[in-house]
Design a protein around this ligand. Structure first.
Ligand SMILES: [Zn+2]
Length: 568
């Protein structure tokens, strides 16, 4: 009896010692780095959402131990959930890379080094200086600590809008995932120096408007000072995970409970002002092409296309790398939610709010790889970099114009029976160009724009690796209210609207009649064709709009009606 009690006491003693060490380690790391790297064993209770949103799951979600980062409040929340926590050495403190300053870099073209922060800025502006007709370099804003968020913009006629699809690569929003950072610098150099001699590069540069941001979280990367990436960390200067800081399609603004960070604000403004068609966002810690959605279990409408381009990426990387590279999860690709759910991710933000196709690309299992290995990762991936960019040249594309004036029109381009959760694309507000990457098949497209009659075009064929050109001229409505057959049969009210809008139909609503509510920029806010099913005469739309003017389109198979709706 005594023995057992002693054994128990000994166990308790050892447990407490261990526990205290873990605690101490955690607070030492938190005090010196603002974040702690750890793994924990989930208890028998499912992890509450409040804990999931307060820490940053890194990987290993489906294994017994989950690896994660936490700031102080996240760590305390995790502690309330489980005591089974082990503190780990941060990935950026395992290896001390050799750094190169601006002076040392001038003659190097191998890209087997990490630049100091000043060298990075120098290299970027040097690209523009060396290739002024093809490359401009600028900052889209400053970080919390005043470092620059730099973009290299590359095209055959830099700075001139030629109605080209915009493509975006950005890397290292997690400051300690540095492989993509150097590979993006290498990619800029490769595009600029191979233009005119390499056919694929020449085609891409001629026909795309390419934006490359090698370093999205310089405060995190240079946490150890501007002269080294050793000791870099995941979070920004305010201990915030930037890849949880975006508005979420499911949870809305501020899913992480933090204000938008300076870095997030800069990227959101860039996304708002531009019209990115395809994008990728480079990370490290795994080797996998992680496609949307992160927040929803529901598959993306273009799941087939995502798997197609994901397989192309991974399969190509397999050809140029040793066995074992880029084979996490489904042999190198995964649906985001199927891996582990996150809220506030940039990929979901870009896909949902900006109708862009953005993927999260985990490019090296080791977060801080030896500088001498960087050229290997380039060799494994550069064909995939180029192939993925090329995808922005394929699919259905064209210009939407005003039938009478020929002026460009900003319209939503919706694929019937396919698009949902904002997966449709929008034509550019200044040039009317739209780009719809899609897996091959035959599709029906509807074009919506305020003050224009919606237009349906059926039988549009898309073929993988080819472009389907489809220019569309829309007929303006003479006034805000269109006179036509359907119009006379519908009663819409009350207008100005209160909390709901009711539609009454004088007769039986034709089959497949759709209701689409758009704002004055042509963005679709609400869309349905099932609402008629109850009695086929009446429908009511729940309305929750900001004050302003909106356009309600009722689209039948033969005709349509357009109403101006006012929300006071
Ligand atoms: Zn990451």
């Amino acid at each position: 009896m005594i023995l057992i009690r002693n054994k128990f006491a000994l166990f308790l003693f050892l447990f407490l010692i261990n526990f205290t060490f873990a605690q101490n380690d955690a607070f030492i790391q938190l005090a010196s780095r603002g974040e702690v790297y750890l793994k924990f064993k989930p208890s028998s209770q499912p992890i509450p959402e409040s804990v999931l949103n307060a820490i940053s799951i890194d990987h290993g979600y489906h294994s017994e131990w989950i690896t994660a980062y936490a700031n102080e409040s996240g760590f305390l929340k995790l502690r309330e959930y489980t005591n089974d926590i082990e503190i780990l050495t941060p990935p950026s403190l395992i290896y001390k890379p050799e750094m190169k300053s601006a002076e040392e870099i001038k003659s190097i073209s191998d890209w087997d080094f990490y630049p100091t922060y000043e060298a990075y800025v120098d290299i970027m502006y040097q690209f523009a200086e060396d290739h002024p007709n093809m490359c401009s370099v600028f900052s889209i804003g400053q970080t919390e600590e005043g470092r620059e968020l730099l973009i290299a913009r590359i095209s055959d006629n830099a700075g001139i809008d030629e109605g080209e699809a915009q493509f975006l690569y950005t890397s290292t929003m997690h400051g300690d995932e540095t492989t993509g950072y150097v590979l993006m610098l290498h990619l800029i150099d490769y595009l600029l120096t191979n233009y005119g001699s390499n056919a694929q590069v020449t085609n891409i540069v001629n026909n795309l408007d390419i934006w490359i941001n090698p370093l999205a979280n310089p405060d995190g990367t240079y946490f150890g000072g501007n002269s080294t990436v050793y000791s870099s960390r995941r979070y920004n200067a305010n201990n915030v995970d930037l890849n949880r800081n975006y508005a979420d399609p499911d949870d809305g603004p501020h899913p992480d409970g933090n204000a938008y960070q300076a870095e997030t604000e800069a990227f959101m403004a860039m996304a708002e002002e531009n019209h990115f068609v395809i994008a990728a966002n480079f990370h490290g810690g795994a080797e996998v092409f992680n496609y949307p959605w992160d927040t929803w279990s529901q598959l993306h409408a273009d799941d087939e296309w995502w798997q197609f381009v994901g397989r192309e990426w991974a399969d190509t990387a397999h050809v140029y790398s040793p066995a074992g590279y880029m084979n996490d999860l489904e042999n190198g690709i995964t649906n985001g939610y199927a891996w582990y759910t996150t809220t506030g991710s940039r990929q979901d933000y870009m896909n949902y709010y900006h109708h862009c196709r953005e993927v999260t690309l985990e490019i090296s299992s080791v977060k801080l790889v030896q500088e001498s290995a960087l050229p290997d990762f380039w060799d494994y991936n550069y064909h995939s970099f180029l192939n993925y960019m090329e995808q922005a040249l394929f699919g259905i594309r064209g210009q939407v114009t005003d039938e009478q004036t020929g002026d460009p029109v900003q319209a939503s381009v919706v694929i019937e029976g396919h698009d949902e959760l904002n997966t449709w694309v929008v034509s550019g507000k200044d040039d009317g160009w739209y780009f719809r990457p899609i897996f091959e098949g035959e599709y029906e497209l509807t074009f919506f724009a305020p003050h224009y009659e919606p237009k349906v075009i059926a039988g549009v064929e898309a073929i993988n690796y080819l472009e389907t050109a489809l220019n569309v001229a829309l007929k303006p409505t003479d006034s805000d209210i269109e006179e036509n057959k359907l119009e006379n049969l519908f009663v819409v009210g009350p207008n100005p609207v209160k909390d709901k809008l009711s539609l009454k139909y004088n007769g039986s609503v034709p089959l497949n009649t759709q209701i689409v509510l758009i704002n004055l920029s042509g963005k679709i806010l609400w869309k349905d064709h099932h609402i008629w099913n109850t009695n086929n005469k009446e429908a009511s739309i729940p309305i929750n709009l900001r004050a302003g003017e909106y356009i309600l389109n009722i689209i039948g198979e033969q005709s349509c009606a357009t109403f101006k709706i006012i929300q006071p």
